[in-house]
Design a protein around this ligand. Structure first.
Ligand code: HEM
Length: 444
């Protein structure tokens, strides 16, 4: 069995410099020129394996899943996530997942329809009053945060959405893999010079989000008829307040920025592929956007799936091995750190014909057979995204609502720059030209 390609010493410094400046392009280059599984070997401090090989991914996320737990990048979020579903392990995680699962059953999701519709109407009215160049990324983030709060926590509650989003971003900006490394060395330096401080922008943001969670719990307890399925279930089971707080913050962490990113990139892909945009609009205009009609929005669904192939919101999934293990006959030590890269996997020419092209027809059910570990925008295995069906259903509904009323164009000379933190976002917003469709003049 040949040895795994390893990058170390001066080569490692060179790659780190490239990764720092152009992370995603450089990762693609590593996979294309060095290998699909590559060891970045920083000696005794830092060792990381980049994984972009479906067989490895299957082993880590499914076949021997018990050996691969949340990695330090995610564990660094413990002040925010406490011991909620995203970060817990073993029996504790199993119990949380089985209690939360019923909230994602179709009959519960169907009840969200009117809220999603109302929130789309609010956004559409805003766009009609101030059309033209809009930061669609910022608009999608607000839209999805409002929908999350109203459907997953409690309808009718008043919260400061902008402040929640700002605080959430503050926490995320400190927690990318890149920042994790920077913090690692900065902390060593601080300890070395004997200086440390406990109040940071991140801790202040966590304290604010903590207050928001307490406010949601208090409001929901007094408004049980308006509060979500899973919150009601927790109140019925007399779960203690700390656990409910953790779960609320886990949902804020996992449930809105991800879908907002997916919608942002979908609108970007449609703005730059007008034939596909018109096809989706045709679908939207031929049917009412309701959950019952989702099967009539198949092209829209395929465009969404193709967009998150090219721009997976969660572009990397992190795990750490507990015991030593062999993967595809390669031995790995305990405590090995794996970064599974959905971005490079989704753009690998060995698995996708013309990978850089936007071709939604790839996602017809015949074409996707046997690709479970080549397409992982929602992860895979038992920790696959619990909100996957909800995210796809609500995105179909939202995209069709928006396309029925607006045309989207991207008029910048260069593609938007990407900042791959924990979630794939643009560096300075996605500016699209949003033009209302007048039924008389557009004739569609
Ligand atoms: C397009 C939108 C979304 C994307 C791309 C996405 C992606 C992911 C991915 C890749 C994971 C697995 C992470 C890992 O294995 O380390 C995950 C887990 C999770 N997601 Fe999503 N997600 C989306 C929407 C949602 C929504 C709408 C919710 C809830 C309202 C949600 C809640 C969660 C939770 C709670 C987990 C942790 C599951 C567990 O560990 O058991 N996600 N998501």
């Amino acid at each position: 069995m040949p040895k795994l390609p390893k990058i170390s010493g001066v080569a490692l410094l060179k790659w780190f410099a490239r990764l720092y400046v152009r992370p995603l392009e450089s990762l693609e280059k590593v996979v294309g020129t060095v290998g699909k599984v590559v060891s970045f070997d920083g000696g005794k401090y830092q060792k990381l394996h980049l994984v972009s090989d479906p067989a490895y991914i299957k082993h880590i996320l499914k076949t021997n899943k018990a050996n691969y737990k949340r990695s330090p990048v995610i564990k660094a979020l413990r002040p925010l996530l406490g011991n909620g579903i995203f970060i817990s392990e073993d029996q504790e995680w199993q119990s949380q997942r089985s209690h939360l699962k019923p909230s994602f059953h179709e009959h519960v999701i169907l009840q969200f329809e009117s809220t999603i519709q109302e929130e789309c109407d609010i956004l559409c009215n805003d766009w009609k009053h101030t059309p033209g160049i809009r930061d669609v990324e910022a608009d999608m983030e607000m839209l999805m945060l409002r929908i999350l709060v109203r459907t997953q926590f409690c309808d009718g509650i008043e919260v400061d959405y902008k402040e929640i989003h700002r605080a959430h971003n503050e926490v995320l900006s400190q927690t990318s893999i890149r920042n994790h490394k920077i913090k690692f060395y900065a902390n060593r330096f601080r300890k070395f010079v004997g200086f440390s401080t406990s109040v940071t922008p991140q801790s202040t943001a966590v304290t604010y989000l903590d207050t928001v969670a307490r406010h949601i719990i208090a409001f929901a307890r007094n408004n049980r008829k308006k509060c979500s399925y899973w919150l009601n279930d927790m109140f019925d089971r007399h779960v203690d307040e700390a656990e409910i707080r953790d779960q609320i913050l886990n949902f804020i962490f996992a449930g809105y920025d991800t879908t907002a990113s997916a919608l942002t990139w979908t609108l970007y892909c449609l703005a730059t592929n007008t034939v596909n945009q018109n096809e989706c609009r045709q679908e939207a205009q031929n049917t009412q956007s309701t959950f019952a009609n989702l099967s009539k929005l198949q092209i829209t669904k395929q465009c969404f799936q193709e967009s998150i192939r090219l721009y997976p919101p969660v572009w990397s999934i992190h795990r750490q091995s507990m015991a030593k293990d062999d993967i595809e006959s390669q031995p790995f030590d305990a405590q090995t750190y794996f970064m599974i890269c959905a971005y490079t996997l989704h753009r690998d020419p060995d698995y996708w014909v013309s990978p850089a092209d936007f071709k939604p027809e790839r996602f017809s059910s015949e074409n996707m057979r046997g690709k479970a570990f080549q397409y992982i925008p929602f992860g895979q295995g038992e920790r696959v995204c619990i909100g996957q069906s909800l995210a796809i259903m609500e995105s179909q509904l939202i995209v069709s609502n928006l396309l029925r009323e607006f045309r989207f164009a991207y008029n910048q000379s260069k593609p938007p720059q990407i900042t791959p933190g924990i979630i794939m976002k643009t560096r300075s917003g996605l500016l699209l030209d949003v033009a209302p469709i007048s039924l008389n003049t557009d004739g569609m």
